[in-house]
Each structure stands twice: as structure tokens, then as C-alpha cells.
Design a protein around this ligand. Structure first.
Ligand code: G3P
Length: 194
């Protein structure tokens, strides 16, 4: 139990670092929460027009999920899953931003990278295909995160199927505004500045 507590704590602390907010400030672009969708993620970072800042945000938000898993997975599947899920929750609900964090897509990818690399392929293929066809980052994320737990279940992955299904439910909750805009036809396309 102390190990699981430590996994949850380290995971949460790693996930709660708001890289998009930090990098936007460091690059002199102001408060990212006042730009575009107001989200602190890489998609919204791209709306500043600064591709390097968006790439740095993506890297930070992916690795914040991967690193705690690499630390705790050697102790077992459950400590690894707890560290990953905690990092994901830290990104969505960071104490430093009064629990108003990101939407979880990049960190989801980072968790897959550390916990079930074969699922990265499923995620990446779905995301890239839908993003290429629609230019909607949110629709790409909603498709990819639906496919991943299904694939995990089909592949017979027990823990990964439960972990990804839980993360997908939270991704959908965080995208309620995007889903409304997609249905209304007012969602912003990838790279379109606003
Ligand atoms: O990765 C987040 C994406 O799905 C939505 O971001 O800024 O368009 O709300 P945003």
C-alpha cells in the first residue's frame, strides 16, 4: 500500500505540471488560457502560431505520463497503472490551477507509451487519419481514445483495457464543449489562429 500511495503521489505531481502554461509564458506569449479555446494543451498552443512552443508543450504533456510509469512499472502492473492514471488525473485536475487543467489527449498518449506501447500504434493511426481527413484535433482525439480501450479489450489486455477505458471516459467529459462545437459546426480546425 505505501508503494501504491507513492505511485499515486509521484504520478499526480508529474501530471499536474502545466507545461502549456509554463512554455507560453517562457516564450513570451502570455497566458495561454486567454487564447483560442482557453485550453492549456498543444492544440491550443499551436493557435499562438508558435510551432516550437506547441511541440515543447506536446513533449512535456506526453512525457509527464510516460516517466512515472517507467519508474513504477518495474514494481508491477498495478503500481505502473496507478502512476499513469494519477499522472493523467494530475494533468486534468492540477491543484496549482484550482483543478482546472487540460483535456488529457497528449498525456493519454504518454501513458500508452509507458504502459502498452502496442496501443500507441492504434492511437496514432486513428488520430492521424481523422486529423488529416477532418482537421479537427478534438474529433481525432475522441476517435483515437474510443478505439484504444476497444483494441486493448480485443487484444486481451486486462489492466490496460480498464486503465484506458477510465481515461477515455474522462477525455470525453473534458471534451463536452468540443463535442457541442463539433455538432454545431463551429469547432476550430488544427492550426487555425483565433
Ligand atoms: O488535444 C486537445 C484537443 O482535443 C482539443 O483542444 O484547444 O481545440 O479544445 P482544443
Amino acid at each position: 500500500a505505501p508503494l501504491l500511495f507513492l505511485a499515486a503521489l509521484i504520478g499526480y505531481l508529474s501530471g499536474s505540471v502545466p507545461y502549456g502554461l509554463v512554455f507560453a509564458k517562457l516564450f513570451g506569449l502570455g497566458d495561454i488560457r486567454k487564447i483560442g479555446s482557453g485550453n492549456i494543451g498543444a492544440t491550443n498552443a499551436l493557435r499562438t502560431g508558435n510551432k516550437k512552443m506547441a511541440a515543447a508543450t506536446l513533449a512535456g504533456d506526453v512525457l509527464k505520463g510516460t516517466v512515472p510509469i517507467l519508474v513504477f512499472l518495474p514494481f508491477g502492473l498495478i503500481p505502473g497503472a496507478v502512476a499513469g492514471f494519477a499522472a493523467f488525473c494530475g494533468h486534468l485536475f492540477p491543484v496549482w490551477l484550482r483543478f482546472k487543467g487540460g483535456k488529457g489527449v497528449a498525456t493519454y498518449l504518454g501513458v500508452l507509451l509507458g504502459f502498452a506501447p502496442s496501443l500507441v500504434l492504434v492511437f496514432a493511426l486513428c488520430w492521424l487519419l481523422v486529423a488529416w481527413a477532418s482537421r479537427y484535433s478534438s474529433l481525432a482525439a475522441l476517435t483515437a481514445t474510443l478505439a484504444v480501450p476497444l483494441a486493448a479489450w480485443i487484444f486481451g489486455y486486462g489492466v490496460a483495457a480498464i486503465l484506458t477505458a477510465a481515461m477515455t471516459a474522462l477525455v470525453y467529459l473534458k471534451h463536452h464543449g468540443n463535442i457541442r462545437r463539433l455538432v454545431a459546426g463551429t469547432e476550430g480546425r488544427i492550426g487555425a489562429k483565433s
